[in-house]
Design a protein around this ligand. Sequence first.
Ligand SMILES: NC(=O)c1ccc[n+]([C@@H]2O[C@H](COP(=O)([O-])OP(=O)(O)OC[C@H]3O[C@@H](n4cnc5c(N)ncnc54)[C@H](O)[C@@H]3O)[C@@H](O)[C@H]2O)c1
Length: 251
Amino acid sequence: MTRPVSSLNVLVTGAGGGMCVGINARLAAAGHTVLCADLNLAAAEAAAERITAAGGRALPFELNVSSDESVAALHAAVSEQVGPIQALVNAAGILDRKYLQDHDTASFQFALDINLTGPFRLIREFGPELVEQGWGRIINISSIAGVTGYHYPSYAASKAGLSNLTRSLLVDFWGTGVTVNSICPGVVDTAMVIQEVRDQVKKKVPTEQIVTPEEIGALAAFLLTDDARSINGADLLIDGGATQVFSLFDR
Ligand SMILES: NC(=O)c1ccc[n+]([C@@H]2O[C@H](COP(=O)([O-])OP(=O)(O)OC[C@H]3O[C@@H](n4cnc5c(N)ncnc54)[C@H](O)[C@@H]3O)[C@@H](O)[C@H]2O)c1
């Protein structure tokens, strides 16, 4: 199955965030229309403006991934303004820096609701139109924390769940032309990362470099090509080798 159109409509959640600076830019540079959705509408608008200022195509949308109603409203708005999407990048996420005993049930569930149930809501909502077109790409931005574990349990559990959701959806999208993959970044050069961690990364990662948002964007852009058609159900580690050589745990 080959890509139905050369310029795709790509919905990116969390598009106003740090990593999406690179994701949005690389997707737009590949000729795609980037639908920038974020809880923070001003950030989504700024992201879309950055793309259009650079000569690309983008539109901003407000979205709360933890609300069924908001996801349905986004779908209605996107359908009306743009038409069907061909690709979905689930990048909205939060990192709650709490150890087990600092969490109450509500705060733990809040993290899961955004990082895990959020992508589920988006895939359930937009998956059918990908299937109808006989081609589609779903990319979940997970984390190496979901592979190795991490001292912030709500984050690690939500990302492990997201990676396993990715694998599990192979059945739902079997034979449809839609692939589902997770990108698992290591530490990426964004505001989510504190200086102490950046310093550690430079000492401990084999590449001696922090991953850039543009590298994540380049991988996402590749996954939207026909050359990536056999990459399906994968956890794509992009971490400079960190997963192999150091622990994310701080004790
Ligand atoms: N920065 C890293 O080192 C790193 C590493 C691995 C994985 N990740 C993952 O990459 C993704 C992007 O991270 P980032 O560094 O850009 O973080 P960020 O905090 O800069 O961006 C996250 C974006 O998600 C949005 N968001 C939060 N809650 C939302 C909700 N309920 N509905 C819609 N949007 C919401 C925020 O407004 C923000 O714009 C996240 O899923 C994160 O877990 C980041």
